[in-house]
Design a protein around this ligand. Structure first.
Ligand SMILES: Nc1ncnc2c1ncn2[C@@H]1O[C@H](COP(=O)(O)OP(=O)(O)OP(=O)(O)O)[C@@H](O)[C@H]1O
Ligand SMILES: [Mg+2]
Length: 319
């Protein structure tokens, strides 16, 4: 909608008129509107996971793409989920430590209330605890309207009886992945077995495996791609991060494509990211014009085009 201030003189050239009309129609091409959004289908949301070897840039990409997506105002909610024990996603989004609460996986009272058993008690627990209110009740507001849910991780069931905590985390992942209408971005724990499982992969629309130039990263990426395919994830792609030249890209492309994760996008190595990291500021705030930020925006545009075509982008306001 174009807002016109009182007594404001507007000069409507034919070009402006055409742009206005195009914007009007573009803003009405969504197959749903906010009022019938929930009722129409549970398939309108988009769930994207970011996985890969330790330190490749999962959290950087997940946080920046979540904020860029929220700025576009296409989704009813953009929910960023920290599924990593190091719990860095909040900071990468731009939150201070004291603004981020404890992970759901450590909230003993909540776990007891929902599953009937305190973690570690060894008591019988509910397999399908009620979780529907958790994304609304336990999220933290982050910059640009992103909502952060600090989930924590699913512990190895062999490591003791944290079964009730695991049941709650698992149910939440299932629930978020199949029932909510929003953009859900999951920042996974590093590694293969620890991050990808039946609960985490359920209903995931796209899995991005982040790969940096280096054989270890390629190997982990290949292993993940193969596992993801076995788990039935429909869209598995790699994103090449910290890239310095085209030669590196050529070396990485072939083995990843062969493993079932063709390259979806590339993010260059960036000094601005390192400087921002040192200052504890998101690169999106310190250097919004940096080439790496632009490439993450291009990746988001491609995600929307490929996986969310039912709703066109809202145009930028003309005022
Ligand atoms: N394109 C880039 N250019 C330069 N530095 C980068 C780039 N991407 C990420 N980094 C740096 O790499 C480091 C790791 O990034 P990040 O924490 O996002 O990785 P991660 O995969 O989430 O790590 P972890 O496995 O520990 O969760 C950070 O210091 C980050 O600033
Ligand atoms: Mg991380």
């Amino acid at each position: 909608m174009i807002k016109i201030k009182e007594n404001q003189k507007i000069n409507f050239s034919p070009r402006t008129f055409l742009r206005t009309m195009a914007s009007f129609f573009a803003s009405n091409t969504c197959t749903f509107s906010r009022s019938n959004y929930m009722a129409e289908s549970s398939q309108d949301g988009l769930k994207i996971g970011f996985a890969g070897k330790g330190g490749v840039g999962k959290t950087l990409l997940a946080s920046t793409i979540a904020r860029l997506a929220a700025r576009k105002e296409i989704f009813e909610n953009v929910l960023a989920i920290d599924n990593d024990p190091s719990l860095n996603l909040g900071m990468s989004l731009g939150l201070e430590d004291d603004e981020i609460g404890p992970p759901i996986s450590e909230m003993s009272d909540l776990i007891k209330e929902r599953t009937g058993a305190t973690p570690g008690s060894g008591l019988a627990f509910k397999l399908n605890p009620y979780v529907e209110d958790i994304p609304d009740e336990y999220t933290v507001n982050a910059p640009d309207g992103v909502r952060l849910l600090v989930l924590g991780t699913i512990q190895d069931p062999g490591s003791g009886c944290l079964c009730s905590a695991n049941a709650l985390v698992r149910e939440l992942l299932y629930h978020l992945i199949v029932q909510r209408n929003e953009l859900v971005i999951l920042d996974f724990e590093a590694g293969v077995e620890s991050s990808l499982g039946r609960a985490t992969s359920k209903g995931l629309d796209v899995l991005f495996i982040i790969v940096e130039p280096g054989q270890k990263s390629i190997k982990v990426g290949q292993h993940m791609a193969e596992l993801a395919t076995k788990l039935g994830i429909k869209n598995v792609f790699s994103i090449l991060n910290k890239m310095m030249d085209e030669e590196q890209q050529t070396i990485l492309e072939e083995p990843l494509e062969r493993a079932g994760a063709p390259v979806f996008g590339t993010v260059p190595y960036s000094r601005a990211i390192l400087e921002a990291d040192l200052k504890g500021i998101p690169v999106l705030d310190s250097s919004p014009e940096d080439a790496a930020v632009k490439s993450m925006n291009a990746i988001l545009e491609k995600i929307l085009k490929e996986f969310y075509p039912s709703c066109e982008r809202k145009p930028a306001p003309l005022v």
